[in-house]
Structure formats: C-alpha cells, structure tokens
Write a protein that binds this ligand. Structure first.
Ligand code: SF4
Ligand code: SF4
Length: 186
C-alpha cells in the first residue's frame, strides 16, 4: 500500500465518511474479504480494503483521487462478505458523493453519470440513445463504441425515441428537491 500517504491524517474526513455512510470504519481489521469478492478488483487502482485503510488513516487525498470508487458497480458483494458487518458498498457510495461535492471526480465517469441522470430527470427513466448523445457532447468522444450501433439498433436494444413514464413529473420533482437541498446546504 505504498501509495497511501501516512502523514496526511484528516480527522474531519474520517468523521464525514462515518457520519454519511453510517458505518464504523475503525472496526475494519483488513482481512481482505471485501477485496477477494469484488468483481471490479482487476481494474481498480486501489483495492477496496485499501480504500478502507486509507479512510482509517484519514488520507483524503488518496481516497478522492482513486479511480476505484468510480469504477465500483455497487454490487454489494463487499458488504455481504465483511465479517464486521460494515456496509462497504455504502462507504464507496459515500466517497463518490464527497468526491462529487468537492469536484474531485474522474471526468469521463462523471460525464456518464450526469448524462444518465439527465435522461432520468426528463424521461422518468433512462434513455440509452440520449445518454450516448449527451455523453459524446460532454466528452467529445464522438466515435467511442460507435461501431456497436449497427448491431444494437436492429435488435431494438436502443430505441430511437425515449419512453416517457406516467410518473415522469414525480421523478422530476425528486431532482428538484435534491437541487433545492443542495442550495440550502451551501
Ligand atoms: S460494491 Fe463495489 S467495491 Fe463492493 S464488491 Fe461490488 S464493485 Fe466491489
Ligand atoms: S471485509 Fe470488512 S473487515 Fe475485512 S477488509 Fe473489508 S471492510 Fe475490512
């Protein structure tokens, strides 16, 4: 775990993660069970137990600069395997929330999330073609995965038009409430 900076102990960060996730990070004893079951381990730059350790050490910089929380697919295998009942997936989620608030997000992944959420906000559910278009506009990656389109479109994997749900207005209100809360917090 050479990349973790032992000198930068940020107590406020430890408290912030614990409060927001509702988890007692100090009970992690580094057994590695979470990492052993994580399907994303092969693409992580810091394994999930290393993220836990970095939080224990208050190494905010290492945690927020890691790509791993942004690659996590929220499968909750880590939470199910933890012998200390730590909801590790929730901790990963909390790290992403803090990262987003502080503008420390991995750009491309963030662009995908924003595009996804934008379509949910306006259609009430995800709209794949819209996500693709918004993602391309945000990132300038106009040709990424474009070769998949001729195979997916005839199979109706990506409908041309969005499917608007009946409760669309209610979904939109959730987003508005969230935005209002953020302004209030600021
Ligand atoms: S929730 Fe994330 S960190 Fe946990 S096992 Fe799944 S992919 Fe790995
Ligand atoms: S499984 Fe739980 S105790 Fe073990 S390293 Fe992961 S978080 Fe820590």
């Amino acid at each position: 775990m050479d990349s973790i900076n032992l000198r930068a102990r940020d107590e406020a960060f430890i408290r912030e993660v614990e409060k927001e996730s509702g988890q007692n990070i100090s009970t992690c004893y580094q057994c590695g069970n979470c990492t052993a079951g994580c399907p994303c381990g092969p693409v992580y730059d810091l394994q999930v137990n290393q993220i836990m350790r970095a939080i224990q050490l208050g190494d905010k910089k290492t945690v927020l600069e890691a790509a791993s929380p942004w690659l996590c697919v929220s499968c909750s295998t880590c939470s199910a395997r933890c012998p200390n009942d730590i909801d590790v997936a929730r901790v990963m989620d909390t790290v992403r929330h803090i990262g987003r608030r502080e503008g420390k997000t991995k750009y491309v992944i963030n662009a995908f999330w924003d595009s996804f959420l934008q379509t949910v906000r306006f259609c009430g559910r995800s709209y794949e073609l819209g996500i693709m278009a918004l993602f391309m506009l945000r990132t300038g990656r106009f040709y990424t995965d474009l070769d998949l389109a001729p195979r997916m479109l005839p199979k109706k994997k990506m409908p041309y038009l969005p499917h608007l749900i009946r409760g669309k207005a209610a979904v939109s209100r959730i987003f508005k409430r969230f935005n209002d809360m953020q302004q209030y917090d600021d």
